[in-house]
Design a binder for this molecule. Structure first.
Ligand code: UD1
Length: 424
């Protein structure tokens, strides 16, 4: 199994270019299922999850031209299957983003239940609640773990849908299904993440009539059909946050290019509370943690625009190195502290009670054999490894490759002593 080895690296320094957002590109690709015309998606990151989504689309009938690096031309002339591939769905939870588009375009979708990062139960009840509200029939086969969703013969019909929690995936799935429904749909308590706005922008370019994406009440006037379009993916705010923390934890300085400061406000605010220097320049976000006394802060994860759950574990790795004790509260997922065990193998001494972790500061971490227990936890292990004495050996790195483009290469470019090895 491939592993990443990280050695104590000293302050990182230099420039890094942020890639297209994983969490934006996956729903954008799913949306291409909704038209028989060609959609061109630009700025597509080279990620394992994108490969899975491409296979997922191909399985439904898509023809994909990927001959230009970073660009995907997707044409779904005809839907050839309404069934999600079970293996692909197990590999990547975001496969379920194809449910809304398939229901809208083909009137039916059969979906095995998803896998993905092991960070809690992650049900899809809110997605299904939305489909039902649009008039679809939902049959859950709990023996075989398959859900079949069918539109009524007269097609989906718009309605008001209240989400009990502002789920990102449910908002995206319902948004896509409602785009081709008859009449008006209102999604209340919708998720407000930038990736939702990116999806609405793509759909509107395709001819959809979506208003107020990015607020908690999205309004969709259904249209008969969609056309093709050209669309560039927004930069990845979680990758941005990860490199902000790479500068902070190593007490280095990094210019993060192609980053949108408005998408990482809570991370900027929390780093400033820790006394990290953050400067917004014409070229990007400049983080300077050199020669400063960094201090503890508390973080609490929340739906956007609150502090992102995906940055919780990398931030926790950083907090082990600052002066004073910090508290980290996870409110979005019920089981997102698996990295605590791994950080503790490196001497972090973090304790948890339910959704709260207490992180003592001023720790000198030491290298150890650790696991990337999920995608972002893997990034946290790399960050911790950069400042730990000796060598940190990270296994299960396929999680990291799911969501970070050229992760090892980008860290090397900043002076990190890091390498990937392909076997034992
Ligand atoms: C997306 C992101 C993921 C991020 C998460 C929260 C993608 C591909 N992934 O995941 O990186 O960590 O948002 O910002 O965009 N829930 C339900 N019922 C549902 C759906 C969700 O109870 O039907 C719960 C989940 O169990 C979880 C919470 O809602 O506790 C948030 O999940 P959600 O916002 O749906 O996350 P994802 O879309 O899966």
């Amino acid at each position: 199994m491939a592993k990443i080895l990280v050695n104590s690296s000293g302050p990182l320094h230099g420039e890094v270019e942020i890639s297209g957002a994983k969490n934006a590109v996956l729903p954008l690709l799913a949306a291409t299922l909704m038209t028989d015309k060609t959609c061109v998606i630009e700025g597509v990151p080279d990620l394992a999850d994108v490969t899975v989504m491409k296979k997922m689309l191909t399985n439904y009938g898509a023809v994909i031209d990927d001959s230009v690096k970073g660009e995907l031309r997707v044409t779904v002339g005809e839907i050839t299957s309404c069934e999600g591939d079970a293996e692909l769905v197990q590999e990547m939870r975001a496969s379920i983003f194809t449910m809304g588009p398939m229901l809208a375009r083909a009137g039916k979708v059969i979906m095995p239940m998803p896998g993905g990062c092991t960070i809690g139960k992650r049900p899809i009840d809110l997605h299904l609640k939305g489909f039902r509200a649009l008039g679809a029939k939902v049959v859950e086969d709990s023996v075989n773990d398959i859900v079949t969703v069918t539109a009524p013969p007269e097609g989906l019909k718009g309605d008001a849908i209240y989400l009990d929690f502002p789920s990102v995936g449910a908002t995206e799935n319902i948004l896509m299904a409602a785009t081709l429904a008859k009449g008006t749909t209102i999604i209340e308590n919708a998720a407000k993440e930038p990736e939702i706005i990116d999806l609405a922008n793509l759909l509107n370019k395709m001819g959809a009539r979506i208003k107020y994406a990015g607020t908690d009440m999205i309004r969709i006037e259904g249209v008969e059909c969609l056309s093709g379009c050209i669309h560039a993916v927004i930069p990845d705010r979680i990758e941005t946050g990860t490199f902000m923390l790479a500068a902070a934890i190593t007490r280095g300085d990094i210019l993060i290019k192609n980053a949108l400061p408005g998408h990482v406000r809570p991370i900027i605010a929390k780093l400033k509370e820790c006394n990290v220097g953050v400067e917004l320049t014409d070229e990007g976000i400049y983080i300077d943690a050199r020669d400063r006394e960094l201090i503890a802060t508390d973080i609490k994860t929340l739906p956007y625009p609150g502090f992102p759950t995906d940055i919780q574990s990398p931030f926790m790795a950083f907090l082990t190195t600052v002066k004073g004790q910090s508290a980290v509260i996870e409110t979005v997922f019920e089981n997102r502290f698996m990295h605590v065990v791994e950080l503790n193998r490196m001497g972090a001494d973090i304790s948890t009670e339910n959704r709260k972790a207490i992180v003592p500061g001023n720790k000198q971490l030491h290298g150890a054999k650790v696991r990337a227990t999920d995608l972002r936890a893997g990034a946290a292990m790399v960050l911790a490894g950069l400042v730990a004495t000796g060598t940190t050996e990270i296994s299960e790195i396929y999680h990291i490759e799911r969501g970070y483009e050229n992760f090892v290469g980008k860290f090397k470019g900043l002076g990190a002593d890091i390498m990937k090895i392909d076997n034992d």
